[in-house]
Design a protein around this ligand. Sequence first.
Ligand SMILES: [Cu+2]
Length: 103
Amino acid sequence: MRILVLALALVLASCSETPRQQAQSSQPAKTYELTGEVVSMDAPTQVLTIRHEEIKGWMEAMTMGFPVKEKAEFEKLKPGQKIKASVIVQGDEFHLEKISVLP
Ligand SMILES: [Cu+2]
């Protein structure tokens, strides 16, 4: 029991402290608008680390990783760029779409 409580505390303390929803693929996807700066990029996993501003209705400002679904969208980006994108959230899963680079 003690181990379970500890594990739960670790989960809650991690960055994925998004409002936790039940992981059900049948859940409808929600879309949020993200504005932030690309800190780093991991090509093998197509994950962008982004310092993002508050995402209204979803989470406060922080630096965290976001998977990008489309390879072409990922490849046009560079660290240091400011971007706007749509975050598609479905249960515990999320990814970025419609990424545009801000001037
Ligand atoms: Cu975040």
